[in-house]
Design a protein around this ligand. Sequence first.
Ligand SMILES: C[S@@+](CC[C@H](N)C(=O)[O-])C[C@H]1O[C@@H](n2cnc3c(N)ncnc32)[C@H](O)[C@@H]1O
Length: 285
Amino acid sequence: MNLEALMGRTSDTLTAAGIEGARLETGVLIEHVTGLGRMAALTSPEQSINQAAAAEVALLAQRRSAGEPIAHLTGHREFWSLEFQVSRHTLIPRPDSETLIEAVLAQADGLPESLRILDLGTGSGCLLLALLAELPVATGVGADISGEAVTVAAANAARLGLAGRARFVTADWSDGKDIGGEEGGYHVVISNPPYVTDAEWVELAPGVRAFEPALALKGGRDGLDAYRTITARLESLLAPGGLAIFEIGAGQAASVTSILAGQGLKPRKPHQDLAGLDRCIIATY
Ligand SMILES: C[S@@+](CC[C@H](N)C(=O)[O-])C[C@H]1O[C@@H](n2cnc3c(N)ncnc32)[C@H](O)[C@@H]1O
């Protein structure tokens, strides 16, 4: 089979399954398996593809058609223009979460250069590592209840050349134990906690529910459990003058603002994502 025929067959499979952007994803899957990108498709469509590679692409197209996220099939996803390894134990980084990175960087002038950051619920490590990539002498700890996620995050730090400034620990923010080994010492605590309500969970796209970790998404009946738990611990984690920065779900700004205020913090006006939704809240004591 040649490249053009493989592209046609794969695209037909994905289109028949109702995958939006089937042509684009076809290119991603074929490049993942064969190393042949868009240029090859344009300049040498007659190039022959060996049987094993064609069979592997067909298998991935079937898995994609069954709803598996493309990032799980390729094993990576771009975030903040950096490449992150992902697995079924880590949330796939979302473009909306770049709002949190922008919000922290917008505050950087008022913070020490040798910033210490704690990332609660680090997943793939995307938030902490994107910040460390931007702030050359900052250091950070990423904590997650999932040991598998912590392993992925540490591998991402190594691949991005940031392992010397990032440490990852398996820790549960609700068990009251020391989280990152520097209680009282963080200038910035960031978190994109699970915030999907029980009602929203059943409405989520089936691919998300079936393939992404529930632990990363489900935030309890009203989606706010993690905010309550983490906020109650912030005083012991933040250095004097430190900032807490949370990603929030659509429509949660008022509730999270009131949870933060209830713990004596002063929440600021929310930052909005590209869709104009309140996506991130900063608070200080
Ligand atoms: C929404 S995901 C965010 C992942 C990553 N920071 C990102 O933005 O893509 C939430 C993360 O919190 C972690 N988590 C959930 N409950 C936790 C707990 N009690 N203690 C520590 N981490 C927890 C999950 O395993 C998951 O990796």
